[in-house]
Design a protein around this ligand. Structure first.
Ligand code: AMP
Length: 456
């Protein structure tokens, strides 16, 4: 069941709220405390933006190059969508969902991941009827009520890719290759861990073997794993507790229990990967924390972290051949997807000292002295912008020395000075910021003059 903290239980009859009825507001308690950022949330301040732009623009370019189309799905969905796909027993649904009841009686949740919403959209918009596979990508915020720590937030951001409508193992390899190349292009040395968790035919038999094995070690497992043993024994394999890891290291491996079709699929994926330059390792204990996966699963880590017992993944994904059908969509719609954590990637980029482009500096700074000049400057700024001249100004300032020091800081090549006298003469002063020389130019000739000067 969902996290109690978020369930606002109210005795509201189903669909009692008419479409045009306003939402009832909670009466705020009076408090003199300053409002504070919620735990696990993060403001992304202007100085952080170059990193975000770098990652988001690189992701967009790679997505286009690999033939993905952008999709956007709502932040809020039916709670059941996630319960049915990610799984009631998964940590994400059982402990980490921000879910609540609307005044209309609907049980809704802030999305904790993208795949479920994208698959709902795939079904609702009849995308099975367009040429398959359908390759979709998106990015945005997700919400998980997780324990906050370095690189783990309650509002996190991911870039997500889904390929829906193909069972071809080459598609799994293409997706893994995109992950590897994008992270490499971002300046990170990464390697993938790859595994197969089989299908609905062969996994139950493996789980039975695994259960037997873990039962013999039950007293040494952590409390969470004792629970997992009942609900989802596969998850014991990737428990972060040292004692559980030692037990899991000796556990029977799923690769030895795959059916013929799963083994063949997995072998093909590995063959395709071997043809490329993706650095990967087989990792028999990789299972991933969401219930909908089948066949291939993978995660990417920094190469420098690979010796760590539980390195933080930058990106994770896998196949989910049953999800669309389980949601009531058309049968036989196999799919594969992955998501990259933007915060974690930015952390890694900073640690690795990857140089990131800063916002461009203006070529021209426009300074004004006096009220009439300020009025003219507003229009002149717009004229320069339309002429595609990179111009900056601070129209709130009056004094020239203040504006010259701003111009210096902005690294503009030329500062334009518009004062009382220039307003009368219809001229403007252009000051070369490198050598301090000044010229007076007719305002009507200004754009031509600047274009020539800036070409030099
Ligand atoms: P998942 O959707 O759990 O497979 O996660 C995919 C990627 O998202 C991970 O590899 C991380 O990079 C990132 N991620 C997952 N959970 C968090 C979180 N709570 N805070 C920040 N990043 C996260």
């Amino acid at each position: 069941m969902a996290h109690k903290q978020f369930m606002k239980k109210k005795p509201v009859p189903q669909n009692s709220l008419k479409d045009n009825e306003p939402l009832k507001k909670m009466t705020p308690k009076k408090s003199s405390k300053k409002p504070q950022l919620l735990r696990g949330m993060k403001d992304i301040l202007p100085q952080e933006q170059p990193y975000w732009e770098y990652v988001q623009e690189s992701a967009q370019q790679a997505s286009r190059a690999y033939g993905y189309q952008r999709i956007e799905v709502p932040v809020l969905e039916e709670y059941q969508l996630f319960a049915r796909t990610v799984g009631e027993s998964s940590d994400i649904v059982s402990k980490e969902m921000y879910d609540f009841e609307t005044p209309g009686g609907d049980h809704v949740a802030l999305r904790p991941e993208f795949t479920a919403g994208i698959c709902r959209a795939f079904i609702e918009h009849g995308m099975k009827n367009i040429p398959q596979p359908v390759k979709l990508w998106t990015d945005g915020p997700l919400f998980r009520y997780d324990r906050p720590q370095a690189g783990r937030y309650r509002q996190l951001h991911q870039v997500d890719w889904e390929i829906i409508g193909s069972h071809q193992p080459a598609i799994d390899a293409e997706l893994i290759s995109l992950g590897s190349h994008l992270l490499g292009d971002l300046g990170l040395e990464v390697m993938a861990r790859v595994n197969s968790i089989g299908c609905r035919e062969c996994r139950p038999a493996y789980i039975a073997v695994l259960k037997e094995y873990f039962k013999t070690h039950k007293k040494n497992l952590c409390e969470d794993c004792k629970n997992r043993l009942l609900k989802n024994p596969l998850r014991v394999l990737d428990c972060k507790e040292e004692a559980c890891q030692a037990i899991a290291a000796e556990a029977p491996q799923i690769v030895d229990h795959l059916c013929e079709a799963c083994r063949e699929h997995f072998m093909k994926v590995l063959e395709y990967l071997d043809e490329g330059d993706v650095v990967y390792h087989l990792h028999p204990r990789l299972v991933r924390g969401l219930d909908y996966y089948s066949h291939t699963v993978f995660e990417f880590y920094l190469q420098k972290d690979q010796e760590e017992a539980s390195p933080a993944a930058l990106l994770g994904g896998g196949r989910y051949d049953y999800l669309i059908q389980d949601l009531g969509g058309p049968g036989e719609t196999p799919a594969v997807g992955m998501a990259m954590g933007i915060e974690r990637v930015i952390l890694a980029i900073k640690e690795a000292g990857v140089p990131v482009a800063q916002p461009p500096t203006p070529d021209v700074f426009l300074a004004q002295i006096g009220e009439t000049a300020r009025k003219r400057a507003l229009q002149l700024f717009e004229d320069l912008r339309q002429a595609e001249i990179a111009v900056a100004a601070n129209i709130s300032k009056n004094g020239l020395s203040d504006q010259l020091s701003l111009a210096n800081k902005s690294q503009a090549k030329i500062t334009l000075i518009l004062g009382q006298k220039e307003m009368i003469d219809n001229t403007i002063i252009a000051r070369d910021m490198e050598n301090g020389s000044q010229e007076t130019i007719l305002q009507t000739k200004l754009i031509d003059f600047l274009k020539k000067q800036l070409k030099k």
